[in-house]
Design a protein around this ligand. Structure first.
Ligand code: CMP
Length: 148
């Protein structure tokens, strides 16, 4: 049985081809499959739609500025326990905390700040479904789940 999750490699990662390749290698080393990927360049409106739940928070403007600062990559990942496995691989939201408590995670290695934390991962089956549909409206979850 497999599970899907939505991963974002944020603009600071995608600014470097080398970093992007290293992250893909780290994903594959965990036996997590990349079943779909696309480059994304957001307008402020698109960023606002994806991060609607954070509107009004102190970091909202910074977050939208960061996510519209350049192209980033959206990935659909598949593994038996993809949501947990991807979140374990990226580590805690805040890179400074990640460096102390989980120094081998991707945010510990590459994250720049609380806002510029380099990665996103869906937090539940329900959000994974919605986030995959947001970035890949043309894809059917059932078909993606068949990809081994
Ligand atoms: P992500 O979990 O992908 O989605 C919400 C984003 O908001 C998060 O990554 C960070 O980029 C940003 N964020 C979350 N918490 C903070 C915070 N305390 N300060 C600044 N930015 C934050």
């Amino acid at each position: 049985k497999r599970q899907l999750t939505l991963a974002l490699l944020k603009p600071d990662i995608c600014a470097s081809q080398k970093l992007q390749v290293r992250v893909h290698e780290a994903i594959e080393a965990q036996n997590i499959k990349i079943v779909s990927q696309r480059p994304v360049l957001w307008t402020k409106e698109e960023a606002g739609a994806f991060y609607a739940e954070h509107k009004g928070k102190f970091f909202y403007d910074r977050l939208c500025g960061y996510m519209t600062s350049g192209p980033f990559q959206a990935l659909v990942l598949s593994s038996p326990d993809a949501i947990k496995e991807w979140r374990a691989l990226i580590g805690p939201t805040h890179p400074c905390r990640a460096r102390i408590h989980q120094p081998t995670t991707l945010r510990a290695l590459y994250g720049l700040s609380d806002t510029r934390n380099s990665f996103h991962g869906s937090d539940s089956d329900e959000t994974a479904k919605n986030e995959i549909a947001f970035f890949f409206p043309e894809l059917s979850i059932d078909n993606l789940l068949k990809v081994q």
